[in-house]
Ligand binder design. Structure first.
Ligand SMILES: [Zn+2]
Length: 172
C-alpha cells in the first residue's frame, strides 16, 4: 500500500514540475496554510516576484491554488491573496490521469484499426491501402515498403492503460 501511495505522490510532483517547474514543486511543498501574498513568498524564498507569480498562476490553472483579489485603495493596484488547495490533490491527479487515458485510448484505436507499412529506409509510414497504391515502393527512395508489426506498440499502450486504471481505482 505504501508503494502505491508514493506513486501518487510522484505523479503529483511530476505534474507540478511539468506545469510550474521546479520552483512550483518547492512552493507547493512548503505546505503553506491560510492566505499569503506573492510578495511575502518572494521575500521569504528570495525569488523574483514575477517567478513566484508565474508559478502561482500555473498552479491555479490546474486547480492546486486559488486566489481572491482586492483593490488597494491607496495605490489602485490589485492585490492577490493566495491559498493552496492541498485537499484537491487527489481530484486533480485523477483528472490528469483520465486525460492521459483518453489520449492513449485514441492512440490504441488508431494502431489497432489499421495495418501499416513502412519504408525499410525509414522514410515514411503509410496505411495498407496507400502502400498498395504505391505498389509497395517508397515514393521517396524507391525502397520496399514492409508490413509493420505494431503488436508490440499496442501491447505497450494497453499496459499503460491498465496501469492508469489501477491508479484510478486507488484514487476513487
Ligand atoms: Zn524510403
Amino acid at each position: 500500500m505504501e508503494v502505491e501511495v508514493n506513486e501518487i505522490d510522484e505523479l503529483l510532483v511530476e505534474l507540478i514540475e511539468r506545469i510550474a517547474g521546479e520552483l512550483g514543486v518547492v512552493i507547493y511543498s512548503l505546505g503553506i496554510e491560510g492566505e499569503f501574498t506573492d510578495e511575502q513568498l518572494s521575500q521569504e524564498l528570495g525569488v523574483e516576484i514575477n517567478d513566484v507569480r508565474r508559478v502561482l498562476f500555473a498552479l491555479y490553472e490546474i486547480g492546486l491554488a486559488t486566489y481572491r483579489r482586492t483593490r488597494d485603495d491607496e495605490t489602485g493596484w490589485m492585490e492577490y491573496f493566495w491559498s493552496m488547495n492541498y485537499d484537491r490533490e487527489k481530484e486533480i491527479i485523477k483528472k490528469e490521469l483520465e486525460k492521459t487515458r483518453e489520449k492513449l485510448s485514441a492512440k490504441l484505436e488508431l494502431e489497432d484499426g489499421s495495418v501499416y507499412y513502412i519504408c525499410t529506409n525509414g522514410c515514411l509510414k503509410v496505411r495498407y491501402e496507400d502502400a498498395m497504391e504505391l505498389g509497395f515502393l517508397c515514393p521517396r527512395c524507391s525502397g520496399m515498403l514492409e508490413f509493420l508489426d505494431s503488436s508490440e506498440a499496442i501491447r505497450k499502450i494497453r499496459e499503460e492503460i491498465d496501469k492508469i486504471d489501477e491508479l484510478l481505482k486507488m484514487l476513487s
